[in-house]
Design a protein around this ligand. Structure first.
Ligand SMILES: Cc1cc2nc3c(=O)[nH]c(=O)nc-3n(C[C@H](O)[C@H](O)[C@H](O)COP(=O)(O)O)c2cc1C
Length: 239
């Protein structure tokens, strides 16, 4: 199985998204997948200019000449696309949204009916599986809801097969909690890796594995206390 994974965190290797993606990829590779990880930050990927030239003037080819051309080839050739992004303002990062917008050349402009909904047909013959890997700062699971809703809808538009989302709330506290509860953080990491194995070996991520990966790291109250104490110690006060 050929997989292309995107990391849309501006923090690249320093971020929690990257830590998750690396473990997830390890699991996928153990199950026999061939995976390429692409960092969007640092790539030259301009905003879509909305001309529809990729549909009307140069069918299937974007008029913006940048790194997106190679990325579209990789998506077309992949069996699975892993969209790795942190939650930024309740959604994906701008880097990821730019990649999504620039995916328009993957489709024809024509209209077909899919499940009672008008859609654009896929240019390629291959239908990719879509997996989302994400982290956020706050501790609640519902912080991922708007982004997951968006990806699910995008999977329908891009005619991909949405497999699921592997998420880790309060990711910013992983290192801190690892000091007092190393076994808890270890179990989170091994669940993330297991999810990668499962998605390749079984075509799904089991609910138990996803639950273990997103298990409570810290209570809301402790989270609040921890963060506010840190900010006060840094001399950052509310007026
Ligand atoms: C601009 C910005 C917006 C963010 N918005 C949210 C948010 O809406 N909800 C949330 O829980 N965390 C939010 N976060 C926290 C990030 O999701 C968190 O820091 C995450 O670890 C970043 O991913 P990375 O470590 O891979 O870079 C935001 C961070 C930034 C910089």
């Amino acid at each position: 199985m050929k997989v292309v994974a995107f990391n849309a965190s501006p923090r690249k290797e320093q971020g929690v998204t990257d830590r998750m993606l690396k473990l997830f990829i390890e699991g996928m590779q153990e199950a026999g997948a061939e995976v390429e990880l692409i960092y969007l930050t640092g790539k030259k990927i301009g905003y879509c200019t909305g001309t529809f030239a990729c549909w009307l003037q140069t069918p299937g080819v974007c008029i913006i000449k940048d790194d997106m051309a190679d990325i579209l080839v990789k998506i077309r050739e992949a069996d699975m696309v892993v969209y790795g992004t942190p939650v930024y303002l309740d959604g994906m990062t701008a880097q990821m949204k730019t990649l999504m917008d620039r995916s328009l050349p993957l489709m024809y402009p024509h209209i077909e009916m899919r499940d009672g909904h008008t859609r654009h047909p896929l240019r390629g013959k291959k239908r990719q599986k879509m997996v989302v890997v994400s982290t956020c700062g706050l501790p609640e699971m519902d912080n991922f809801d708007p982004m997951i809703t968006h990806f699910k809808a995008a999977a329908k538009t891009l005619y991909m097969n949405y497999i699921g989302a592997l998420v880790r709330p309060a990711g910013v506290l992983l290192d801190l909690v690892a000091q007092s509860q190393p076994e808890k953080v270890e179990s989170i990491y091994s669940a993330i890796k297991k999810a990668g194995y499962e998605v390749v070996a079984e075509g799904r991520m089991s609910p138990q594995t996803l639950k273990a990966a997103s298990q409570e790291l810290i209570s809301q109250e402790a989270f609040m206390e921890q963060l506010n104490t840190t900010f006060r110690a840094l001399g950052i006060e509310m007026q």
